[in-house]
Design a binder for this molecule. Structure first.
Ligand SMILES: [Mn+2]
Length: 304
């Protein structure tokens, strides 16, 4: 088998579902003896990755746990070129309603909002495979915020910045925990506590439209979910967390707020209940209050 017949897996690496999709694709390829490469992407570099894929020569491209976002409109041509010459399967559970232009591309979409992306992928690639099912179950528990100590510990390992490919390879082999992961997990508990203290010292309450919103400025050591979950404990209608990179995360306590629509004000996307984007510039630590003002103003446009 030549290198041109391999699988390219494009998914994010921010949580158990994203990493789980990579792991299931990895296991599938390994069991079939097909070479596989992974691209760990975010919404920001997605088009570049599709352009790179379109310029390459792959046996199959698997895209997973990446929902529609406005940025995709900028690479429809690359996606069409890619889909015309390569089998592309796109597994996702985000909301794709009204996104006809992308859905008309020569891509096989498996859009299943009732499951997480890893479950959709496991069902299609490795039905009946115990390891894939276990990875998918952990991804589901994390994505749907269900009890699963193993899944949540794994999430903390992912948040700690542990080597993504190493974790994917371990999961693909059915190694769900190890001494090395335990060490990483323990080390991260200390880092996380410091991150919480830093965040709690840098929050401010805003009124945006009819809603209360707690804004926070976080260090990179806290992931979106961890930082935003901590902010949500304040009980406001919604929260917006900001990082030095300009990254923005939105979460809510009030289910009547559609965060995906708000995320579009930040060039991003996501789900109704969890979304994110970018402010558009970096934020220096000493100027986070200015950035809060800017973000709150933008939010107010969407929350009239
Ligand atoms: Mn997911």
């Amino acid at each position: 088998m030549g290198p041109n017949e391999g699988i390219l897996c494009i998914a994010h690496s921010k949580d158990v579902d994203g990493i789980g999709c990579h792991a299931i694709a990895h296991r599938y390829a390994t069991l079939k003896g097909i070479p596989i490469e992974h691209r760990f992407v975010g919404y920001m570099a997605l088009c570049e990755t599709f352009q790179e894929a379109a310029g390459g020569s792959w046996g199959e491209v698997i895209v997973a746990d990446l929902g529609y976002n406005a940025g995709l409109e900028g690479c429809l041509d690359a996606l069409r070129v890619l889909g015309d010459k390569t089998k592309v399967r796109w597994f996702d559970h985000h909301d794709w309603s009204g996104k006809g232009a992308v859905l008309q591309l020569p891509i096989e979409f498996h859009l299943r909002p009732e499951v997480c992306a890893s479950e959709a992928l496991a069902g299609a690639l490795l039905p009946g495979d115990g390891v894939a099912e276990k990875v998918a179950a952990m991804a589901r528990h994390h994505d749907f915020r269900e009890e699963d100590a193993g899944a949540w510990r794994l999430y903390e390992v992912i948040s700690s910045g542990y080597d993504k490919l190493r974790l994917v390879e371990a999961l693909a082999e059915g190694v769900f925990w190890s001494e090395e992961l335990e060490d990483c997990y323990r080390g991260y508990q200390r880092v996380k506590e410091e991150g919480y203290r830093y965040l709690e010292a840098r929050t401010r309450l805003y009124k945006v439209g009819p809603y209360t919103c707690l804004l926070g400025f976080s260090r990179d050591e806290l992931s979106s979910t961890l930082a935003a979950s901590r902010l949500l404990e304040g009980g406001t209608d919604l929260v917006l967390c900001l990082w030095a990179s300009g990254k923005v995360s939105l979460r809510r306590n009030n289910p009547s707020i559609d965060l995906r629509a708000l995320a579009e004000l930040f060039g991003g996307g996501g789900r109704e209940e969890a979304a994110g984007g970018y402010l558009g510039h970096r934020v220096a630590e000493e100027r986070y209050l200015e950035a809060f003002g800017e973000a709150a103003e933008r939010l107010a446009k969407g929350l009239k």
